[in-house]
Design a protein around this ligand. Structure first.
Ligand code: GLU
Length: 199
């Protein structure tokens, strides 16, 4: 269990998310990552890396992302090695939706089997990846909130999640069960975080 930070507002999200991750560093982690909906084209972009947040920071300096909505994560691996592919955020088959997750999805292997049968392509070894493919599946007939609601109803275990989608670039969605996640309400901006120091 490590850290999540999410931002939606009017300011550049990348420095805010990076600063938030640094403030969550005390929780320990083995990798980190960030996803933004890029302005002005509303496409999803992801950077992630094993190791220290400094490594992610260097990556973001080299290939910065500009946008006003995003999610970021520090990972403490429970399912799958601490490598680049298993680092969060994870994304759907069309790279339109991204999720960060803290916790453990206990029924992930059954869900993964079902989703693979339905044609979803998995790239990581994490339990988390079932979350994003479930959201993708349920999104076919509805909006992102509805799809996240249907998804969390299928999950057993503990989770705090943050979700963004390039198709609905005005939404930052969070959900939790048994893992911490707080909402920070600001003026023309809002936050999600695992703990108060991050915001
Ligand atoms: N179970 C997830 C994973 O192994 C999340 C771990 C965490 O809470 O950081 O990727």
């Amino acid at each position: 269990m490590c850290g999540i930070i999410g931002y939606i507002g009017e300011r550049e999200a990348q420095p805010i998310l990076l600063n938030g991750l640094k403030r969550l560093e005390y929780r320990g982690y083995d990798s980190s990552g960030m996803a933004l909906i890029l302005s002005p084209k509303n496409t999803l972009s992801i950077r992630k890396s094993p190791g220290k947040i400094k490594v992610l920071e260097a990556l973001l300096q080299k290939r910065p992302m500009r946008g006003i909505i995003g999610i970021a994560h520090t990972r403490w691996a429970t399912h799958g090695a601490p490598n680049q592919i298993n680092a969060h955020p994870h994304f759907d088959c069309k790279s339109e939706i991204a999720v960060v997750h803290n916790g453990i999805i206990e029924n992930y292997s059954q869900l993964k089997k079902e989703l693979m049968k339905e044609g979803h392509k998995f790239v990581s070894e994490t339990d988390t990846e079932v979350i994003i493919h479930l959201i993708e599946k349920f999104l076919k007939n509805g909006n992102l909130e509805e799809a996240v609601r249907k998804t969390v109803a299928k999950l057993e275990g503990s989770f705090a999640i943050g979700v963004i989608s390039s198709r609905e670039p005005d939404k930052l969605i969070g959900a939790r069960l048994g893992s911490p996640l707080i909402v920070g309400l600001g003026k023309n901006e809002n936050f999600l975080a695992s703990d108060v120091p991050a915001i």
